[in-house]
Structures are given as C-alpha cells and as structure tokens.
Design a protein around this ligand. Structure first.
Ligand code: PRX
Length: 654
C-alpha cells in the first residue's frame, strides 16, 4: 500500500491547481437528448428501476421476470428474459424502416472504402452465421477472431452473436504466441483471420502468424480466411476456408438464437497482475442494455450523427462503442483500418472532413501525439461537423484536454472524459454533455444507474479527497466472471471490501461529486491506453535464454502516457551489449506483440528486493523517472538501488 499512496499524493498535488471549467455550449444544450440531471439523480436512488426502463428500448423475444438477482459476487440481469444481440443491432433497424441507413462507413489504410447499410450488414451477417453453422459451430462454442480493422470483423462478431456462439476477439497486433494462449484458454473451435492487414503502409501477415498459433491449438477445427489484399499465404485443405466462398454458398437468412439474457456474448482477454491474461466474460442482455444506454446518454446520439470511435475491435472500447452500443442504437459508425499518420499526419482530420463525422471518440495517447505533431495538421481541414468529443483509456492531462477542446473542438464541442474498464463493459464515470460543467482532467460523476465511491483500504468511505475507486452496486454490463477461474474473479474484484467491486484505480472526489482518476494502484501498466501486466513482460524476458530475472515498470512518457523500462539480470556467462538489448526487445515483441516493446532495457547485477524477496518496483520507477529515491528501509540490501541508479544514468549517457 505504501508505494501506492506516495505516488497518488504526488499526482494529487499536480492536479489540484486545475481550476478551469467550461459549461456545455448553449447550442449543444438546446438540442441535447438530456438537458437536466433529473433522470440521473433518480437513477442513483433506484438503479433497478432505471435499468428496467432503459431495457425497454431493446427488442426482447420474451421480457424478463426480474431486473436483478444479486448474490455477491454473482449478478444476473434481466432474469428470464430472452434476447439476441445481433437481432438488436441489425434486424430491429431494418424492421423500423432503416435498411438504407449506413451502418458502417469503412476506410482502408490505402484509401479504399466500403459503406455497408444496415441491410448490407444484415445480409452478410446472416450468410456468415449460416457459414459458421456449416462449420459445426453451435450455441456456446467459442470462436476466435484475429482480424484487422475491416468490416468482416464486425460481421464476424455479430454472426457469432446471432447463433449464440461466444466470440473471443484477439487484437491483430498481438503475436502468434499470444493468440495461441488465448485460443487455448477459451478452447476455441474456429479461428477467423485474414491474409493480412495494412499498418503504416506495411502488411501485417495475420494468416502467417495464425498458422504458427494453430500448430499448438488442438481445439481449432477450422480456420476462415478473409481476403483483405492479395497477400501470399498457405491454405491447408480441409482446415482452411475462404470467407468469400463460404458466404457465396450460404443461405441468406439465419434464424437468430433466442438467447437467455445471461448467456455469454463474448470473452475478451485483458492483463492482470499475474502473467496469465484474464478472459473477461460478458453476457448478453445486461451488456447490451448498458452499452446501448450509455451510447445514447453520454454521446447524445441522434439519428443523423456520424459516430467515430477510433478504438480497434480487439479492445473493449471497440466492442462496446464501435460495435454493440452504437449498432444497437442504430448509429452510423466510421471504422478506419490504419495508422493516424499514414500517409500523413492529418489522416484522422481528413476522415472527419470526408465523412462529416459529428462524434469523435479517441484516447489521450493519440491526442498527445496530435499535439506534438502540431496544429497545422487539423488546421488544414474543415472539422465543423464535429459536435461532441470523447476520451477514454487513461487519464487525460489538462493540457491535452485544452488542446483537444481548442484545436479539434474549436471551443464549441463538449468533451466527455469517460472512465471505465474491460471489466465494467460500459462507461461508468462521465459528465453528461448537455448537462454538466466540464473540468479538464476530471472525468465527472458516475453515469445514470451506477454507484461509485472511494474507499480507503480499511473499508471506510472517503467523501472528498483521494482513495481507491469502488463500485458499490451491480450494473448491467458488469463482467460475470473470468473464463474458467471463478476463484480469481472473487479474489481480484470482490475480496478487498464486502460486496463492493475493487477497480484497482486511484481517484479523488471533489465536493461537487466529480471523480478525477489518478491511475492504477496495482502492477498493471497502461501503455497508450492498453493494459499490460508487468508480469507478462517479465515472463517474456525471462523466457529468453540469457535472462535470469527481470522487473518491468512503467515510467512517464510524453505520448504513450507510460513506457516500459525493463530491469534485467543476466545468467552467468552472458554479457550486456546493445545487440543483447535489441534481441531482448524483439523477444518481447515476439512473445506479446509490438505494444509491449520495452522502451529501454537496463542491465543490472541485482534487483532491489524486500527481505521477503519481493521486487520493489516503486524504487525502479523512481530510478526510471529520475526522482529522488523513496523509502529504502525495507530493502534487503539498500546499496543495490544506489548502484542501479548510477548505472541507469551511465547507460543513458552512453
Ligand atoms: O486505469 C483506468 C484506465 O484504463 C483502465 C482500464 O483499462 P482497459 O480495461 O484496457 O479499458 C480501457 C478502455 C475502457 C482503468 O482501470 N482508464 C480508462 N479510462 C480512463 C482511465 N483512466 C483515467 N481516465 C479515463 N477516462
């Protein structure tokens, strides 16, 4: 606890000086879906009543008997209700006369594009759902999806949902080994991948990596390949199938499965404090109600909005706010395949101008990069269609907030800073754009139907000031468990306080009830808005034949928020060299993927440890950030850190 508190306090003092605030612009307010906080106030008193009403906006084959059944730590929402997520994202809109509305406006990195209306999406999803059935996929089976940001990724997710299969999307930037581990953990029967995808003009050879992965995944029976380019690959007869051929051969209608509200919709892997990623389990009814409702309230979604959430479908933000939330709400969504700086640093602004994007949702890491690239890039484009901006994934520093507000929002768009997690499934803390005052750097109050509080580790509530973020009442999109590991679920989230969810984030609450997030309090890194366990990086390093022991820490990074610095001790007979350093970085990339590439590797004869042998990452962080070393009295050998600090600086100079 000690190191958590000291770092929290330092960040507190930084942020306390922030006094700027902004009211929602009058023009925005005049047309906003919600103009007062009345519904929200009431919802905090009676969340079940609020969610029960919200759920009526969706289509249910059979209505629920009870809104919530709460037997901590297990919640069931809309008990007895029958629903299908795909039906709500496609069929419902077609039946409501919206078949010709654009569902997805997709742009590939090389500049190709495709618009899918709700009818196009419906037709392709139906065909692919039948194709999956023809490959033997049944309700409850797991399907792994390892695709670039192409429409087929959305089609695949919805096709699984249509037949009640559970999808597990693996980010296309993950390595073959990461893919293999996730497939094996979930026991997936089918893998959907592509020949490749574009990133900064290069081709990411997904099928090639997938081939490596499936060498060691006994559960995989079939591999479906989407043809994105004309990239070379090997097709294994009997096992591999082309997506376009399957679709051509499939019947055009597939009856949607009448799923139980609590049937699993998907598994999504995220990092925890141990080496093994956790398969976060989300179910159908509650998740859909939560994402649908927050899409409407927080993004103030109107019929003619063009909504662009820049997140990859491989992350929860892509699941909730590129696919399920906006499509359930009948929105037009922009989807872009590639990098923001390809071919130039104005690609995002060019896309906004081209399609008339009105709601733009991105991450602080991207905003900081845009800031660094300079104003001239957005200034070249007409961004006047934008009316609302959003931020997610990590704390947004007030400077980045101000830049976003002025240069992208032209001081006339509200900004919603949305706090949530893979586990929460939906936005939990955010201002309402037509109601609340905005304070740069502060996310705001909890959303409707959600109760959030701060506690100290003794379990006492902290009304104002700093504490640990807790969710004190169940919410519909909450995780229902960790795939195959109920004990870890209980232990990780529900054991700190009784019947209260522990988010592992530090925050402070001001008198007006706004929460300002301060970052993780466990050993989980947040690199460019993506969670990576220190243990994952350490395990990857120790896997290298030259490494004896390692400790990974996140240090402040101008663009990425945090960057990984790994401290490494080598085995006897191995010597430090720049080649070894490069080799180790590559090894981590190969094991986990490029997002986990350490910024620096520091070689050291020893690592600072407590007397019980625990590596003191807090001290390593201090060294990495060039700070005065904190308390070293609990160290087994206090001289190690001094030597290490000196060595760190020497290596930096060299
Ligand atoms: O530390 C918080 C940070 O991201 C973590 C959740 O990461 P993940 O499950 O990968 O989901 C990211 C997208 C929802 C949180 O525990 N985080 C997320 N949003 C914010 C944030 N920190 C501060 N402000 C936010 N708006």
């Amino acid at each position: 606890m000690k190191d958590e508190r000291s770092s929290t306090q330092e960040e507190l003092s930084d942020l306390l000086v922030e006094e700027r605030h902004f009211e929602p612009p009058e023009e925005f307010k005049a047309l906003a879906y919600l103009r007062t906080g009345e519904i929200r106030e009431k919802s905090w008193e009676d969340p079940e009543d609020f969610w029960g009403n919200a759920a009526k906006g969706l289509h249910w084959f059979k209505p629920w008997d009870r809104v919530l059944e709460w037997e901590p730590p297990n919640a069931k929402w809309f008990v007895g209700g029958k629903i299908n997520a795909c039906y709500n994202c496609c069929d419902r809109h077609i039946k409501a006369g919206q078949r010709n509305k654009a569902a997805l406006i997709w742009e590939g990195e090389p500049g190709d594009s495709r618009v899918m209306t709700y009818w196009d999406l419906y037709r392709e999803v139906n065909q692919f759902a039948n194709a999956l059935k023809s490959l033997g996929v049944k309700k409850g089976d797991r399907v792994a999806i390892y695709l670039p940001m192409i429409p087929e990724a959305v089609v695949s997710m919805l096709a699984c949902a249509r037949i009640g299969a559970i999808h597990s999307v693996v980010f296309g930037g993950f390595s073959a080994e990461s893919l293999r581990d996730r497939i094996n953990d979930a026991g997936a029967k089918v893998l959907i991948t592509a020949d490749g995808g574009y990133r900064r003009g290069q081709i990411i050879p997904l099928k090639h990596d997938a081939d490596y992965a499936v060498k060691e995944t006994p559960s995989i029976e079939h591999v479906v390949i989407v043809r994105r380019g004309d990239f070379p690959l090997r097709v294994k007869a009997g096992r591999d199938h082309w997506y376009h051929r399957l679709i051509q051969e499939a019947a055009s209608y597939c009856e949607p499965e009448q799923c139980d509200s609590e049937d699993i919709l998907y598994i999504l892997y995220t990092s925890g404090t141990t080496g093994k990623p956790k398969g976060i389990v989300h179910t159908t009814g509650g998740y859909l109600v939560g994402t649908y409702t927050t899409t409407k309230h927080i993004f103030d979604l109107h019929h003619d909005d063009v909504f662009w959430c820049t997140a990859d479908v491989g992350w929860v933000t892509g699941h909730s706010y590129l696919v399920y939330g906006p499509l359930a709400a009948g929105a037009t969504c922009v989807m872009y395949e590639g990098a923001p700086d390809w071919p130039d640093r104005d690609r995002f602004w060019a896309i906004i101008e081209k399609y008339g994007v009105s709601i733009f949702y991105t991450a602080p890491t991207a905003i900081r990069a845009f800031m660094k690239w300079g104003d001239k890039w957005p200034d070249q484009h007409d961004l006047s269609t934008l009316r609302l901006l959003g931020s997610v994934g990590e704390p947004i520093n007030p400077e980045a907030w101000m830049w976003y507000h002025e240069h992208i929002g032209r001081a006339s768009c509200p900004i919603v800073d949305t706090w949530w997690q893979t586990e929460t499934g939906m936005i939990m803390i955010s201002t309402l754009p037509g109601v609340d005052r905005m304070k740069p750097g502060s996310a705001g109050p909890p959303v409707s139907g959600v109760r959030v509080a701060l506690y100290n580790s003794q379990g006492q509530e902290v009304k104002t000031g700093g504490g640990l973020l807790a969710i004190t009442y169940p919410w519909p999109a909450m995780l229902r468990g960790i795939w195959g590991d109920p004990e870890r679920y209980q232990e990780q989230y529900w054991s700190k306080w009784e019947n209260i969810y522990f988010a592992a984030d530090g925050a402070k609450r001001s008198e007006d009830g706004y929460f300002t997030l301060l970052g993780r309090v466990d050993d989980v890194l947040n690199i460019a808005g993506h969670r990576i366990g220190t243990m994952e990086v350490e395990s990857a390093l120790v896997d290298h034949p030259a490494v004896a022991e390692s400790a990974a820490v996140g240090i402040k990074h101008e663009i990425k928020g945090q960057a990984i610095v790994a401290f490494v001790t080598l085995k006897e007979g191995h010597k430090f060299s720049t080649e070894v350093e490069a080799d180790l970085k590559e090894h981590v990339v190969q094991k986990i993927g490029p997002i986990a590439r350490p910024e620096r590797i520091v070689f050291s004869a020893d690592l600072p440890k407590t007397r019980s042998g625990k590596i003191m990452r807090r001290l390593l962080r201090d060294i990495g950030e060039g700070k005065i070393l904190g308390d070293t009295t609990t160290l087994a050998d206090a001289t190690i850190v001094e030597r290490l600090k000196q060595q760190y600086e020497e290596q930096e100079d060299a």
